[in-house]
Design a protein around this ligand. Structure first.
Ligand code: B12
Length: 264
């Protein structure tokens, strides 16, 4: 993830790359789905149980941008979801829709943190919104329950230790220590969100069926354990965020997780 360093300056001020920007519109999309029945040994993050959010959030924001342009065709705009030089959580926090939690994830008021963030950069001045109150207070559930202690300080993540980084971004083999900490997770990790009292209070099943349309297929697939195969990988994960991981790395994750399953 060297790009985080190389693009750091651009990330701090989007006008470096897009000098015409006057406002950033933030869009949130709920992707929450209830946990699955306990019989499932291996865990898979909720954010990747359906069609890739890069596709769906962009689709919705492009529609919004078209509507903005119908109102004023002179408006310049650009949609960005995840991959642009934009600190999406920072803009979400500036938008007043919620706050960045101690788990380092943006918690939207009345929705929780199971929401994707997308932005529309605009060449028009929009009314400035005020930052919402940070409501984490004295709670430290996420810091205490993170399986690898990756939340090194409130809101500060040592990404190298985060199971999401290890299962999604890390290339090559896991160290013995990393394998022992997988706790059954084979793609992403939701622990710091599952233990969050605000999620327990606000989480609601997404109305966007496409975010969970692959749920059963994905879980049947990973439950094959060592028997997972390449052909089925392509069928199950087509158009999902997992495609980028490729079969070999998912197989690495499943084998490592099975070898170090937490004792029930
Ligand atoms: C790199 C990345 C990761 C890395 C590193 C995570 C991290 N915390 O840095 C890894 C692979 C570990 C990861 C994991 C996950 N990710 Co991720 N990730 C990103 C990505 C692409 C960039 C984040 C980044 O720049 N990090 C670098 C640090 C330094 O910046 P930061 O995280 O934004 O936080 C700093 C700034 O916000 C800054 N800040 C705050 N206010 C202000 C104001 C100003 C003016 C400035 C300059 C700075 C600033 O302070 C923060 C601390 O330094 C974003 C998409 C995006 N473009 O933002 C998605 C994103 C943050 N990820 C997302 C998700 C869903 C996850 C996971 C939950 C997935 C999963 N279940 O496995 C986990 C959660 C891990 C965690 N607890 O944070 C969502 C979060 C949605 C939400 N509700 O917040 C995003 C927004 C993608 C999206 N488009 O929806 N992710």
């Amino acid at each position: 993830m060297d790009w985080m360093v190389t693009s750091a300056a651009d990330r701090q001020d989007v006008r470096r790359r897009f000098p015409w920007v006057k406002s950033v519109l933030v869009g949130l999309d709920n992707y929450y789905s209830p946990p699955l029945q306990a019989s499932r040994r291996l865990r898979f993050s909720r954010y990747a149980l359906g069609i890739d959010y890069h596709i769906l959030v962009r689709e919705k924001l492009e529609t919004a941008l078209t509507q903005i342009r119908n109102i004023d065709p002179k408006v310049m705009g650009r949609v960005s979801v995840d991959t642009g030089p934009i600190m999406e959580k920072a803009y979400a926090e500036q938008s007043g829709l919620g706050w960045i939690g101690k788990n380092g994830v943006f918690i939207a008021a009345n929705i929780g943190s199971y929401c994707f963030i997308g932005t529309i950069l605009l060449s028009v001045e929009l009314p400035v919104t005020s930052v919402a109150e940070n409501r984490c207070g004295g709670c430290t559930e996420c810091l205490e329950r993170c399986p690898t202690g990756a939340i090194v300080a409130p809101g500060m993540i040592d990404a190298r230790r985060c199971l999401s980084y290890l299962t999604v971004e890390k290339r090559g083999d896991f160290s013995e220590n990393e394998m022992q900490k997988l706790s059954g997770w084979v793609y992403g990790c939701d622990v710091c969100q599952e233990v969050c009292p605000w999620n327990i209070k606000w989480q609601q099943r997404t109305s966007e069926r496409r975010y969970i349309e692959k749920r059963e297929a994905i879980l049947d697939y990973i439950e094959l354990g060592k028997m997972i195969n390449m052909d089925k990988f392509e069928t199950v994960f087509v158009n999902s965020a997992v495609e980028r991981l490729k079969y070999e790395r998912l197989k690495r994750n499943v084998k490592a997780a099975l070898k170090n399953m937490p004792k029930l």
